[in-house]
Write a protein that binds this ligand. Structure first.
Ligand code: GLU
Length: 476
């Protein structure tokens, strides 16, 4: 690859794909079949708002249908375009394959600045966009299941689910047509935090392997690690919150749209988030130092850099100056293919997007399964589990009393042990297991093959081999 022109997002994904397939033994036809995006539907629709007809452009791209339904979020942003939606759909294919979520890859986007519209207007626009997609089965529990992405959240997903229900009145599984819904509207506990939680679990897993920590030139545990987070949206906020509150990381900088906050002592994520909600940005926040050139702060000296906002923020123009030895891609595509090459040469370890931010789609999968089974996880077994644990505790206490042993259980043990797992605990357990297992599969290739020197290539290889196996099983 020539490093003098910045590839587009889709070209970046293709270049990374090509790097991986060059090390694999795939038939050339199959390689092409996996790489290409199967179909992209573009729709232009009008909605009468503010006294005139406003025209919007939306996309739903299906990258691979080797498994159905296909899955991927719907993004609301002015920068949405076909190239971006196709790149994101391709990443969904690889992401699902890597974390063994049985879906193909898709993505949607609407070219709109959601902040410019009132809630009731957004509802009208969303319902109309959903209508256009539903009537072509581009939203359907068995075929194509959207979820939130940048600029959308559970509110939009609830509108989409309701719109689908109105149009498919006899579909008993209507709730499974979209994930990321509010918990009281068929959603699942832990979905909102899921992508950020997945970033935390990914880092915890990384830090279980001394060799991997050393490869990044780091040592020790997550405790005290200096972290720079770019973007305090849903993903960045939850990742930073959990890492600082539960793992002892220090958030030494937060980069936002209007600039960055820096503090060697560490910033309080909750307080910064509250400030942004009230003031629309980080500027004026009473603690730390405010820097208006946020992009420069990505180059700050730190242990871990978490880009959690837009794609392409680490590019040919700044890659050489990035000092973080470890980057975890909480966003999709934050590092361009050109920057990736520069960083690899510098020895920076990158935990790639398709793994790092797969927590969202993993919990979406759990939500979809919950919707199809029409029952909340844990509802059947929880009290039974508690009763069996109670039996053991009773028996221990009886033994101790009968034999005069004077045993006492450690403080807090009984409370913890006797509590059966509810939906949130089960979701977190399933997510943690998914993140650990997927890391192992990447790691085996990263360390097991001399010709693979980075986690991204390893991730692509795992994902592509699984997609290829599905196609082969179908006789392709
Ligand atoms: N938009 C999220 C992603 O990029 C979630 C997709 C989903 O849950 O289907 O992974």
């Amino acid at each position: 690859m020539t490093a003098n022109r910045e590839p587009t997002f889709r070209e970046s994904v293709d270049l990374m794909f090509n790097r991986a397939v060059a090390l694999m033994d795939l038939s050339p036809g199959l390689e092409e079949k996996i790489r290409v995006c199967n179909a992209t539907y573009t729709v232009r629709f009008g909605v009468r708002l503010r006294g005139q007809i406003q025209t919007f452009t939306g996309y739903r791209s299906v990258h691979s249908e080797h498994m159905e339904p296909v899955k991927g979020g719907i993004r609301y942003a002015m920068a949405v375009n076909q190239d971006e939606v196709e790149a994101l759909a391709a990443l969904m294919t690889y992401k699902c394959a890597l974390v063994e979520v049985p879906f193909g890859g898709s993505k949607g986007g609407l070219r709109i600045d959601p902040r410019e519209w009132e809630e009731h207007e957004l509802e009208q626009i969303t319902r109309r966009f959903a209508y256009e997609l539903i009537k072509r089965d581009l939203i359907h529990p068995a075929q194509n299941v959207p979820a939130p992405d940048m600029g959308t959240g559970e509110r939009e997903m609830a509108w989409i689910a309701d719109q689908y229900k109105r149009m498919a009145t006899t579909d008993i599984n209507y709730r499974a047509c979209v994930t990321g819904k509010p918990v009281n509207g068929g959603g699942i506990q832990g979905r909102t935090e899921a992508t950020g939680r997945g970033v935390q679990y990914a880092l915890q897993e990384f830090f279980r392997h001394p060799g991997d920590i050393a490869a990044a030139g780091l040592s020790g545990t997550l405790e005290g690690k200096r972290v720079v987070v770019q973007g305090l949206g849903n993903v960045g906020y939850h990742a930073a919150k959990f890492l600082s509150e539960e793992d002892g990381c220090k958030i030494i900088a937060i980069v936002e749209r209007d600039g960055a906050l820096i503090s060697d002592e560490g910033l309080e994520v909750e307080a910064v988030r509250g400030w942004i909600a009230r003031h629309g940005g980080v500027s004026g926040y009473p603690e730390g130092t405010y820097v208006s050139d946020g992009a420069k702060v990505l180059e700050a000296d730190c242990d871990i850099l978490i880009p959690a906002a837009l794609e392409g923020v680490i590019h040919l123009g700044n890659a050489a100056r990035i000092r973080a030895p470890l980057i975890i891609e909480a966003a999709n595509g934050p590092v361009t293919a050109g920057a990736d090459e520069i960083l690899r040469q510098k020895g920076t370890v990158i935990i790639p997007d398709m793994y790092a931010n797969a927590g969202g789609v993993t919990v979406s999968y759990f939500e979809w399964v919950k919707n199809l089974s029409h029952i909340r996880f844990g509802r059947i077994g929880r009290r039974q589990e508690e009763a069996r644990h109670q039996l053991i505790v009773n028996e221990l206490e009886r033994l101790s009393a009968d034999r005069g042993l004077g045993w006492t259980l450690s403080p807090g043990f009984k409370e913890k042990y006797l509590r059966g797992a509810g939906e949130l605990e089960l979701v977190r357990s399933g997510l943690d297991d998914t993140m650990r297992t997927a890391y192992q599969s990447m790691r085996e290739i990263w360390h097991g093959r001399e010709d693979v020197t980075d986690l991204r290539t390893a991730a692509y290889m795992v994902a592509i081999s699984r997609v290829a196996a599905s196609y082969r099983a179908m006789g392709l």
